[in-house]
Write a protein that binds this ligand. Structure first.
Ligand SMILES: NC(=O)c1ccc[n+]([C@@H]2O[C@H](COP(=O)([O-])OP(=O)(O)OC[C@H]3O[C@@H](n4cnc5c(N)ncnc54)[C@H](OP(=O)(O)O)[C@@H]3O)[C@@H](O)[C@H]2O)c1
Length: 351
């Protein structure tokens, strides 16, 4: 019997997750929560640009809590911990790209209690964090001995990310450098990236005395830059580089970094992606070492990205593909370290 899935929020990640659920042979979409009042009562198929599928979106949290479902793909703008706990208590497993990638025991505790009450599992996954910054370095570390360093890093043109609220209010593009420095990015998203660093430290067995440090640099526009959040005027933030590192003694052993630019023109400092262009990188130093460049998770053009960004699709699909494994897991907050290998499924024409 198919596992019954509910989609929570239908932004870029949510819409891609709906498509992935509909394409997955072991999953069935049975419900959908929306934040936007004008989406209430609309058929979910219509919301993702295909014909009606007979599942209506609702903005009622209670209606979703009352549904018979195996799992919720929880992808709202900002996480509400009580909401996630309520879903878990109601007997629904939760997969999400908004947190709980590798939470500390203290941070996981409220959800662990909810999981126990509901006999359910919560799993944080995605792309960055939730893939490139911990899972993929650890996967490649399996072919190295005596590991001295791992790195996961993103180089993206953020003009292709059609989530204006996230880009403006969470990432703080278009703000003054001072506002960006004090913005929610480091505390909100930074929490996830720090969990990535901790997962790498713990799994690889680096010293427990490793020191964590964070840096944040900005580039400002030198001329007006067109972007999905409007024109970024000169002097305002149009490029950001965040780095989270763990250091043992004088040696950097884990590095997680994002380089997000509003294009490669009119920036001060004059940052660009270099000759390799947009990409993701994974690096492991050991015996032997690995240097991996991943292409395909960024669109060919800004226009293509605004229609459907492969990085956002990858984030959603990583959540959706984990559902059968998460539903089968013991109750609790489960990370990559706890779950078996998560894999995709063959195209129906080839299955
Ligand atoms: N880990 C990763 O790799 C990764 C990657 C990308 C994104 N993310 C995270 O995933 C989440 C969704 O990202 P996205 O790209 O889909 O963002 P998005 O396109 O901005 O969509 C967010 C959706 O959240 C709902 N929403 C809006 N305001 C809300 C509010 N005040 N409270 C609750 N929900 C609200 C809306 O849903 P409706 O349209 O249904 O009303 C909106 O479409 C974000 O938290 C983002 O940071 C994680």
């Amino acid at each position: 019997m198919a596992l019954r899935v509910v989609q929570w929020a239908t932004g870029g990640v949510g819409k891609a997750a709906i498509e992935a659920v509909l394409a997955h042979p072991e999953l069935e979409l049975v419900g959908c929560w929306v934040h936007s009042a004008d989406k209430h009562g609309v058929d979910v198929g219509t919301l993702v640009g295909r014909g009606p599928i007979g599942v209506l979106a609702t903005s009622s949290r209670e209606e979703v809590l009352a549904l018979e479902a195996d799992c919720v793909v929880y992808a709202p703008l900002v996480p509400d911990h009580d909401e996630v706990a309520a879903l878990l208590r109601s007997g629904k497993n939760v997969v999400t790209p908004v947190g709980w990638f590798y939470p500390s025991e203290k941070d996981a505790a409220p959800l662990v209690e909810a999981c126990r009450a509901g006999g359910t599992t919560a799993h944080g996954t995605g792309l960055n964090p939730g893939g490139i910054t911990e899972l993929h370095p650890l996967v490649f570390s399996a072919i190295s001995s005596a590991v001295t360093f791992v790195r996961g890093e993103e180089f993206s043109d953020i003009r292709t990310y059609d989530a204006p609220d996230v880009v403006r209010h969470i990432m703080c593009f278009g703000a003054t450098p001072e506002e960006a420095r004090q913005g929610p990015m480091l505390s909100l998203l930074g929490g996830g990236f720090k969990q990535s660093v901790h997962m790498c430290l713990d799994v690889l067995g680096f010293s427990r005395d490793a020191e964590l440090r964070t840096s944040h640099e900005v580039a400002v526009a030198t001329a007006p830059i067109d972007s999905p959040i409007g024109v970024i005027e000169p002097g305002l933030v149009a490029g950001q580089r965040f780095v989270w590192e763990a250091v043992v003694g004088d040696t950097v052993v884990v590095r997680v970094a994002v380089n997000w630019l509003m294009g490669e023109e009119h920036l001060e400092p004059a940052w660009d992606f270099g000759p390799e262009g947009e990409r993701f990188e994974v690096e492991v130093h050991g015996d032997p070492s690995s240097f991996v460049t991943i292409k395909g998770w960024q669109p060919q053009t800004v226009e293509e990205g605004l229609l459907r960004n492969p990085g956002i699709v990858a984030t959603a699909v990583h959540c959706v593909n984990s559902i059968p494994y998460v539903v089968a897991a013991e109750p609790g907050v489960k990370t990559y370290v706890d779950l078996p290998l998560v894999a995709g499924r063959a195209h129906p024409d080839l299955a």
